[in-house]
Design a protein around this ligand. Sequence first.
Ligand SMILES: [Zn+2]
Length: 74
Amino acid sequence: MPPKPKKFICTFCRNDVKHIDYKDSKLLSRFVTYYRSIQSRFHTGVCLKHQKQLASAIKRARNMALIAAVRYEK
Ligand SMILES: [Zn+2]
């Protein structure tokens, strides 16, 4: 019998996070790519509910200049 595919559990669901804080820039920076775009759900394993919250939190943090919007290359 082949092994069961590994089931990813959303990190926010596991820690029972109700609301994602946009001021937590250290946490948000884990969910952006090298060029500072929002990482897709496929790669991070975040559930749909939390991905939507995360996306708005990242956009809010960008507006408040808490995290970089783009990465500049020299
Ligand atoms: Zn979740």
